[in-house]
Design a protein around this ligand. Structure first.
Ligand code: HEM
Length: 400
C-alpha cells in the first residue's frame, strides 16, 4: 500500500487526501525531493517550507537563524498582534515560543526546579496510579486505551509534580482538558487556572512543600527574575505540552505492540525491554508530527535549497524518524533495534523536550506493567483516528 501510494501525490500537497491518509508515504516523497518543499496552508493561505530528512531536521532544530521571535529580526515588522485576553498574554510567554535570551533565562529556572530527583520522586506515584488503572481494566474486561489508560496518567502525574492538593484534583482535571481544546473553553480555563495558581503560589510561599510550584516560588523569593506571568505560563505549558503527547505515547504504543504480535511477545518474555520499546514507539509513531514552526531570521540554505527571509519552516519529526539514511528498515517496528536512539521525537537543541525524562518514566512503567499484568490484551476493533496534520488516536477498544 505504501509503495503504491507514494507515486500518487506530490510532495507540496501536505493537505491532499492521499497525504492525509498516509503521512509516512507523504514524507518519503518530501525526503526524496531533496530540497525544502513549499506548501500553502489552505485555511490561512500562509506559505511554509517542509523538511523531512533526518540530517536536515536535525540541522534545522539547532539552526541559529531559525526561531520564533521573528519581529526582533525585521527592520520594519508588521504591527504586533494585540493580545486581547490574559490567556493570550500568558501563551505568548511560554518557553516553547521564545528565543534566547528569554528562553535561556526561563529554561535555566525550570531546569533548577524540575530536576532528575523531582522525576525520580514521582516513580512510586506513577506505579501506584498505573497499578490502579490496570486493576480497574482487569475487573471490567474491556477498556479504551485512550480514555482509560492514556488520559488519566499524565494529568495525574503533572498534578503530583506541580503539587496540586488532592481536594483540587477534579477541578484540575477539568482545566487540563479544556486547556488543550482551544477556543473559548481554553481561554476561560487558562484564566481560571491562572487565578487558582496565584492562590496556591501564595500558600506555598508561606508554607513550602516538596513540589515544583514551591521550587519556582523559592526562586522568586531568592530574587531571580521570574515574574508572575512567566511562572504561571511555565506551569500551563507543562500541562499542555505534557498531556496529549503522553496520551499518544501510550495509545500509539499499545497499537504498535498489538499490531506486531512478535514484538508484544518479546516484551512479555522480558518486560525489562520496556524502556527500549518506548524509544522505538517514539521513533516509529511519535506523538509530534511537526516541531512547532520556526521562522527564518534571514535567507538561509538548508536541506539542499534556499529559504527566503521571514518564512515559516516546518521540520517533520515523523519524516526524520523514518529516514532510511539513518534507520535500517525504518517502516518496521522493532523494539530491539539499536538505532532507535537517533530519533528526534523529543526534538533536539535548545528546545529539546523538557519533559522527556518524565515521559520516558511514565512510558516505561506503563509498558512494563501492561506486559506483566495484562498479557492477553488484544484489539477489539479498528481504532478511531483523527487524520491529517498531527493524526492521533481518539479511541482504542481493547479486551483484557
Ligand atoms: C518540548 C515532544 C512529553 C514538556 C518538546 C519538543 C518536542 C516534545 C518534540 C520540542 C519542541 C520544539 O522543538 O520546539 C514530546 C513527546 C512527549 C513529550 C514526544 C511524550 C512522549 C512531555 C512532558 C512534558 C513536556 C510529559 C512535561 C511534563 C515540554 C516542554 C517543552 C517541550 C516544557 C518546551 C521546551 C523548550 O521550549 O525549551 N516536547 N514531549 N513534554 N516539552 Fe515535550
Amino acid at each position: 500500500m505504501y509503495r503504491q501510494m507514494a507515486v500518487d501525490f506530490e510532495p507540496h500537497e501536505l493537505w491532499s487526501e492521499a497525504a492525509r491518509l498516509d503521512r509516512h508515504a507523504f514524507y518519503a516523497r518530501v525526503r526524496e525531493a531533496g530540497e525544502p518543499v513549499p506548501q500553502t496552508d489552505p485555511n490561512s493561505g500562509q506559505r511554509f517550507w517542509v523538511l523531512a530528512r533526518h540530517a536536515d531536521v536535525h540541522a534545522g532544530l539547532r539552526h541559529p537563524d531559525l526561531g520564533h521571535e521573528v519581529r526582533r529580526h525585521q527592520s520594519d515588522p508588521a504591527p504586533a498582534r494585540v493580545l486581547v485576553s490574559e490567556a493570550e498574554r500568558l501563551d505568548s510567554r511560554q518557553l516553547i515560543c521564545l528565543d534566547p535570551p528569554d528562553h535561556t533565562r526561563l529554561r535555566g529556572f525550570i531546569n533548577t526546579a524540575f530536576t532528575a530527583r523531582t522525576v525520580a520522586r514521582l516513580e512510586t506515584r506513577i506505579e501506584a496510579l498505573i497499578d490502579g488503572l490496570l486493576a480497574d481494566a482487569r475487573q471490567r474486561g474491556t477498556v479504551d486505551g485512550v480514555a482509560d489508560l492514556g488520559h488519566p496518567v499524565p494529568v495525574g502525574v503533572i498534578a503530583d509534580l506541580v503539587g496540586i492538593p488532592a481536594e483540587d484534583r477534579e477541578r484540575f482535571r477539568g482545566w487540563s482538558r479544556a486547556m488543550i481544546s482551544g477556543g473559548r473553553a481554553w481561554a476561560v480555563a487558562s484564566e481560571q487556572f491562572a487565578a487558582y495558581l496565584d492562590d496556591l503560589a501564595a500558600k506555598r510561599r508561606a508554607d513550602p512543600q516538596d513540589d515544583l510550584l514551591s521550587a519556582l516560588v523559592a526562586l522568586q523569593i531568592a530574587g531571580d527574575s521570574l515574574d508572575r506571568d512567566e511562572l504561571v505560563a511555565m506551569i500551563q505549558l507543562l500541562l499542555v505540552a505534557g498531556q496529549e503527547t503522553s496520551v499518544d505515547l501510550i495509545a500509539n504504543g499499545i497499537l504498535a505492540l498489538l499490531s506486531n504480535p512478535d514484538q508484544w511477545q518479546l516484551l512479555k518474555d522480558d518486560p525489562s525491554r520496556a524502556a527500549a520499546a518506548v524509544e522505538e514507539i517514539i521513533r516509529y509513531d511519535g506523538p509530534v508530527e511537526i516541531a512547532p514552526p520556526r521562522y527564518t531570521f534571514r535567507g538561509i540554505e538548508l536541506g539542499g535549497g534556499a529559504i527566503p527571509p521571514f518564512e515559516i519552516v516546518a521540520l517533520s519529526l515523523l519524516g526524520a524518524n523514518r529516514d532510511p539514511e539513518v534507520f535500517t528498515d525504518p517502516d518496521v517496528f522493532d523494539i530491539t533495534r539499536s538505532d532507535a536512539k537517533h530519533h528526534v521525537g523529543f526534538g533536539h537543541g535548545i528546545h529539546f523536550c523538557l519533559g522527556a525524562p518524565l515521559a520516558r518514566l511514565q512510558g516505561r512503567i506503563m509498558f512494563e506493567k501492561l506486559a506483566q499484568q495484562l498479557p492477553d490484551l488484544r484489539l477489539l476493533a479498528e481504532p478511531d483516528q483523527l487524520r491529517g496534520v498531527n493524526p492521533r488516536l481518539t479511541a482504542l477498544p481493547l479486551a483484557v
